[in-house]
Design a protein around this ligand. Structure first.
Ligand code: GLV
Ligand code: MG
Length: 314
């Protein structure tokens, strides 16, 4: 395993991951023109049971029509405890596998559930002549069982690209006494009730070179509150957040990009470090950049900001 994600993995930018209900062809069309890094076309909780068959068809058509630009194209299927998962995967991947980047699996509870999806994808790829292993898996952690098993889930298949926090289902699963997703539960005034969950997901992601994505914020008209909640996971090191509304996209792109001054500073550190370790710079392991002492650890921190900035087009 590599030492630093930023040195080994060209980051696929996922600052903003826009949810689009597969049951609504108008929303599917509109999403193509929005500035989200990723779209996920939903057959799960945003789609009523009776609408799921049509949603699968709409999604296949929208993916094959194209027009998604450089967006990461993801479909969220239903979880393995329902009767819909196998049909979601078969219909979508047989119908549009060449125009699809990842399948998002919600409410993942165990490594076996990821393995089951991996096997199904492999069979479809073989049968339909798709490139083996190209379609990735995004695993959503939405309950206590999933969090306890998050490390095994992260390593269950080489297809896994992201670990996603699903706060709404998670809050319900642990009986949290709150209805406002992402906000602190009333009565809990000793810290951040989500810290342990976010950190556990982030550690599993970083330990295995995956991306960590924060879930939705439901008060879609309150962009300031969105920025605040997104800012918490961005500060910890998360790579992006879900957007449920086009208004949240710009806020997510901004929040999960480095600030311009931090990006510039990171580039300066990298240049200064290159110079000080070179023959001409005296082969030194540490040096001063203005009033700041920099060394190999500074270089690693700077690489993270620099990689995020470059992925964001800075
Ligand atoms: C998303 O699926 C959530 O449950 O928060
Ligand atoms: Mg959910």
């Amino acid at each position: 395993m590599s030492e630093s994600m930023s040195e080994s993995t060209p980051l696929r930018s996922r600052r903003s991951c826009l949810a689009v209900p597969g049951s609504n062809p108008r929303f599917l069309e509109k999403a193509k023109g929005l500035d989200a890094d990723q779209v996920f076309l939903d057959i799960e909780d945003a789609v009523a049971p009776l609408a799921k068959p049509d949603a699968r068809k709409n999604i296949v058509a929208a993916l094959n029509e194209g027009g998604w630009g450089g967006k990461v194209r993801v479909v969220r299927v239903n979880d393995w405890t329902t009767q819909w998962t196998y049909r979601d995967v078969i219909e979508v991947v047989e119908g549009a596998g060449a125009n699809l980047d990842c399948i998002m699996l919600p409410k993942v509870q165990s490594a076996e559930q990821v393995v089951a999806l991996d096997l199904l994808l492999s069979q479809i790829e073989t049968e339909t002549g798709l490139e083996p292993g190209r379609i990735g898996i995004e695993a959503q952690i939405e309950n206590a069982q999933g969090l306890i098993n998050v490390d095994a889930i992260a390593t269950a298949s080489p297809r896994v690209e992201t670990i996603i926090f699903g706060p709404a289902d998670f809050m319900a699963s642990i009986n949290m006494k709150s209805l406002v997703v992402g906000e602190q539960p009333p009565g809990y005034d000793v810290g951040d009730a989500y810290h342990h969950i976010l950190m556990s997901i982030l550690m599993a992601a970083r330990a295995h070179d995956l991306q960590a994505i924060d879930g939705p914020y439901l008060q879609v008209r309150d962009t300031d509150a969105f920025r605040k909640v997104a800012g918490r996971s961005a500060a910890l090191g998360f790579d992006g957040k879900w957007c449920l509304h086009p208004d949240q996209v710009a806020a997510a792109n901004e929040t999960f990009s480095p600030r311009q001054e931090d990006y510039d500073h990171a580039e300066n550190i990298l240049d200064a470090y290159d110079w000080c370790t070179s023959e001409a710079g005296g082969k030194m392991g540490a040096a001063m950049l203005g009033d700041e002492m920099i060394d190999e650890a500074s270089r690693k921190m700077a690489l993270v900001i620099s990689a995020k900035g470059r992925a964001a087009g800075m």
